[in-house]
Design a binder for this molecule. Sequence first.
Ligand SMILES: [Zn+2]
Length: 297
Amino acid sequence: MDVDMNGKNSVKRLVSVIAVLALLSSCLFGCSFFGEEEGESLLSVHFIDVGQGDCELVISPSGETMLIDAGKTEAGDEVVSYISSLGISEIDIFVASHYHEDHIGGSHDVFEAFEIEEALILDCEVTTSCARKLIEDIEKEKCDVSYAKRGYEFDLGDARVLTMSPEKISDKGGNNDSIVLRVEYKSSRYLFTGDAEEAVEREMLDFYSQKELSCDLLKLGHHGSSTSSSQEFLDTCAPNIAVISCGEGNSYGHPHKETLEKMKKTVKSLYRTDVDGDIVITTDGHKFYLESTQKSA
Ligand SMILES: [Zn+2]
């Protein structure tokens, strides 16, 4: 009898512990939100872990998709399988932030695998083989083409996207020509900066007001390099959340120590694809939720 009672108590205790753990994990990862707010309109951004490179998939509440970059060439397969696993077969807009291989190398596989409606690219002469390949793929796909220029705006479902840079091509399609996009949904804002460095941040600070640059989430420029993320830019954007896209043990030493030091005093939450793997951050237009991070072994 005593043994039975103890057994029951142990089971009860175990159930309580599991319940508390489940509650804790749902609070940490925002799952309780999704449970409670079923049917709520959410915008999600997937920072896909492509190693040393960039790749962000934005999905509007009504399902429109924008893929910003596709990582380097060898990451192409992974990008395709990640997007396919979400049940997506069509990409509404593919953005090539600039013409470096760690951003557009994987785009060939993406163009092979999905129907692409529109490409947003830089209006400049292409000189590298990966850029030439991208232009060939765009021509083959016969998709619409838009050229990025400061002030160019478009809708992604209920979200509004503003091109904040470049004002003009000055870096032959390199880092400082990066297409900088601000995605706004209700009162929430994400800022995607490609590999834009301090000079571009300066230009944006000169052109835009603090109100226009302020954002909730900042995808840090140039993989967390110290050549981007100037203190003034960070203070003006004043994000609560920052994401760095870079590869584990990369040869550039990204993210640089200086950047990480700045982030400690600038943001509440910092996520890194080299540490966290794929990162999914959603918003209902007001609050942000970390849906998941998945670092594979
Ligand atoms: Zn890069």
